[in-house]
Design a protein around this ligand. Structure first.
Ligand SMILES: [Zn+2]
Ligand SMILES: [Zn+2]
Length: 255
């Protein structure tokens, strides 16, 4: 919105609650409508940008100097036009949207992972003995998952590296950048014990914790010959590595 208004126009200040409900868009003209707390949700109200380096009034209704209304504002702005910082309600909304999107994506991944072994078995029984993709190691596993996940995630990326941890950086198996979901896949094989898989994933988790774009890490362990006997302690151990900044979710299939 252009603030370069004619001198005969007056922009009032808006009083908004921290959840974004407009309490009074004519804060100066109608002092009788001021409220310290929102009657809708009970949250505290503000009239100025909360950024301590800014503090400019939040823009309310516009009138002519005579009082004639020129523009009535019906929704609280998302950003401060002075410092460009988003207001608390816009940040809250963005965080809620991200949480919702992340939950949906994790549900999709769970569905794919829960049928993974079944899909591999189907690949192994092709008509007329035609060639197929045998899933014998983590490369096969990654290629197959890459195909299976393509319809669900446009921005799925497997080219990035995790920041270096203990002097080493490694390629991320998959990263859904928009939602900040990293996917790390492991496949058990002869000579690779449950403990080693767990140890490898603990190192991966530490690495992902350093990644600025990752807030959820999905660990998928494909265990076709049931090498991992006690799955629950392993899942619990890995998931207990979660922090506020990185949530760890573990799936093992076939279950
Ligand atoms: Zn409110
Ligand atoms: Zn500001």
């Amino acid at each position: 919105m252009c603030n370069n208004r004619h001198s005969t126009e007056r922009r009032d200040t808006m009083q908004v609650c921290l959840n974004g409900h407009i309490v009074n868009a004519d804060f100066h003209r109608h002092p009788e409508l001021r409220e310290d707390f929102c009657e809708c949700c009970g949250e505290e109200t503000i009239t100025n940008c909360p950024n301590p380096e800014c503090g400019k009034p939040i823009l309310g209704n516009l009138r002519r100097a005579t009082g004639f209304p020129l523009e009535s504002r019906h929704s609280a702005p998302n950003f401060c036009p002075n410092c460009r910082e988003s207001f608390p309600w816009a940040r809250k909304e963005a965080a809620e949207r991200l949480e919702e999107d992340t939950k949906e994506s994790v549900d999709v991944l769970q569905r794919v992972f829960s049928k993974f072994h079944l899909m591999v078995q189907k690949l192994h029984t092709r008509r007329r003995g035609k060639k197929t993709l045998e899933v014998t190691d983590e490369y096969d596993l990654q290629d197959l998952l890459d195909v299976l996940l393509t319809p669900y995630f446009d921005g799925i990326n497997s080219e990035e590296s995790t920041p270096s941890y203990a002097g080493k950086s490694a390629r991320i198996d998959f990263l859904i950048k928009e939602e900040g979901i990293g996917i790390e896949v492991k496949m058990t094989r002869k000579g690779l014990t449950a403990r080693e898989v767990g140890d490898q994933l603990i190192i991966d988790i530490a690495r992902y914790k350093e990644h600025p774009d990752c807030n959820t890490l999905i660990c998928f362990i494909y265990d076709p010959s049931y090498k991992i006997k006690n799955r629950h302690p392993l899942i619990e151990d890995l998931q207990s590595q979660s922090t506020d900044a990185l949530k760890v979710v573990v799936f093992i299939n076939p279950s």
